[in-house]
Design a protein around this ligand. Structure first.
Ligand code: R5P
Length: 289
């Protein structure tokens, strides 16, 4: 299996695809080894975040040439953007998850390998719009970090919603719990253009207070975007008597200014994410995938 690596995925190997930008910002792609790819099985390593539309168009340019030559294309994208609009909440909404999977399939991708894809509730092999997807979960790695952090101290793992409950699977002995989000019509969390009702609160099972009181807490989720989910989860858990709270996620999107600061201010002692999305913030610890 030959690897084709873009400059945006250089932490997975030496880039051998050239991507440059014209003065008007349009993208230019060059695959110097294109001729040597004839009838080969290849894996393309790339990132689609930040600047998802630009990175996606560059990926299409890459695939447009690779597809002519190769026998089989696998694609590694550690974070799959546009995965959150995966169902029609309001009549007439476009399903970006379907569109993106369809584009990749039509450009010859046989299999997409990704981490904690938002529209898949667990790790494994799936198909969407004809695209085969291998979904890997970073939940073990995140849990291992929390275990090391708390050492001998007893701690609970909390998923902020049912969709993230795969993240509590590693916590044994009744030490894993899911919360539920409540949503309002207001534009909370400093969002200028809230689309669906933003998270405005959290609830947990009736006995949650007894399970977490005085314990360390690690909240794990797939994505940190505006941080609103975490802030509400932290407030709720603190009101129930949680002691120290740390928060981890596979994908640190951090959509906006001072998101990490906001989460820390609300009572988290630590924020850790994986390198699925790269981040230079000193406030966030990065676990290398
Ligand atoms: C939602 O279903 C996801 O699992 C995350 O909880 C969500 O995307 C986090 O977004 P935010 O940080 O904006 O609350």
């Amino acid at each position: 299996m030959k690897k084709l690596i873009t400059p945006y995925a250089s932490d997975f190997g030496k880039p051998n695809i050239v991507i440059r930008h014209f003065p008007d910002t349009e993208s230019y792609v060059l695959i110097p080894q294109l001729d040597s790819l004839k009838n080969q099985k290849i894996t393309v390593y790339h990132r689609l975040y930040p600047e998802p539309e630009k990175r996606l168009f560059e990926l299409i340019l890459i695939l447009s040439r690779v597809k002519e030559k190769t026998k089989e294309i696998a694609l590694f994208l550690p974070y799959l953007p546009y995965a959150r609009q995966d169902r029609e909440n309001k009549k007439g909404e476009a399903l970006s998850a379907d569109v993106l999977c369809g584009i990749l399939k039509n450009y010859g991708v046989k299999k997409l390998i990704t981490y904690d894809c938002h529209f898949l509730a667990q790790a494994g092999n799936f198909t969407r719009k004809g695209l085969n997807i291998e979904n890997i979960s970073a939940s073990r790695q995140l849990y291992a970090y929390a275990k090391k952090y708390f050492g001998k101290q007893d701690f609970c793992v909390i998923a902020p919603d049912k969709g993230s409950s795969c993240f509590i699977a590693n916590a044994k002995g009744g030490n894993g719990h899911s919360l539920e989000k409540t949503r309002g019509k207001t534009k909370a969390n400093g969002l200028k253009n809230g689309i669906h009702g933003d998270v405005n609160g959290m609830t947990g099972h009736a006995d949650l207070g007894n399970s977490i009181r005085g314990k360390g807490i690690c909240i794990l989720d797939d994505i940190i975007s505006t941080g609103g989910t975490l802030v509400h989860a932290i407030q709720h858990l603190k009101s129930l008597g949680a002691k120290k709270i740390i928060v981890g996620a596979t994908h640190g999107v951090f959509a906006g200014d001072k998101i990490a600061e906001k989460i820390l201010k609300s009572g988290a002692s630590k924020i850790f994410v994986t390198s699925a999305i790269l981040n230079n913030s000193k406030k966030v610890e990065i676990l290398k995938l």
